[in-house]
Design a protein. Structure first.
Length: 200
């Protein structure tokens, strides 16, 4: 007979993922053990293994939950009847809000992706590619002449991500400049550059 799940099964798994994200961000995936995770959660290793088969499965959930949240926001915004610049502004605000709220998960995603088993890594990378494609499409709408220039279209989208992906390393969510203002500055800088850029 299959083991039934308790009513709070999903809540307990989320608590494990939340703490694991912080621990992996602080110590690195290899520097944090299941025993360390159990200690910080004031529980036992066996109880953690009740919810997850391996440390890699926990790492996958840390990353997958983060990129899935980013993609959900991106797809919802991309589907709205907005001008390309408005879409990119809305998208940037949503991304920065998620980066701030899940700074540990963002750090783990950027630093520990290679630690995932191949199939799990392919799943995460597939979602990342979809995010890039959404931004690439918006950039193509901003500069239609990029549509026939694949050599520049993808790099233009990657320049956008290069500008915002590492904000978690320096952005103080409680600082004088609120994250929303930084997001607006970032997207204004990108829009000004992409709209005026001379395409070689």
């Amino acid at each position: 007979m299959a083991r039934t799940q308790s009513a709070d099964y999903a809540i307990r798994r989320e608590a494990i993922v939340d703490r694991a994200a912080e621990l992996f961000a602080e110590r690195g995936f290899l520097g944090a053990s299941i025993a360390d995770l159990a200690d910080t959660l004031k529980t036992s290793k066996s109880l953690i293994y009740h919810y997850y088969d391996s440390k890699e499965d926990i790492l996958f959930d840390v990353m997958h939950s983060h990129v899935r949240a980013l993609l959900d926001q991106a797809e919802a915004i991309a589907a709205k009847p907005l001008a390309p610049a408005q879409k990119l502004r809305a998208l940037t605000q949503a991304f920065i809000e998620l980066y701030v709220d899940a700074a540990a998960r963002q750090r783990v995603l950027l630093n520990e992706l290679s630690r995932l088993p191949d199939e799990q890594r392919k799943t995460v990378v597939g979602i990342q590619r979809r995010l890039i494609e959404i931004v690439e499409k918006i950039v193509g709408e901003l500069r239609p002449e990029l549509s026939g220039r694949a050599a520049l279209k993808r790099p233009s989208a990657m320049l956008y991500f290069g500008m915002i992906n590492w904000m978690h390393t320096w952005l103080d969510p409680d600082g004088k400049a609120r994250p929303q203002r930084i997001a607006d500055l970032a997207v204004s800088t990108f829009l000004d550059g992409i709209e005026k850029a001379e395409l070689p």
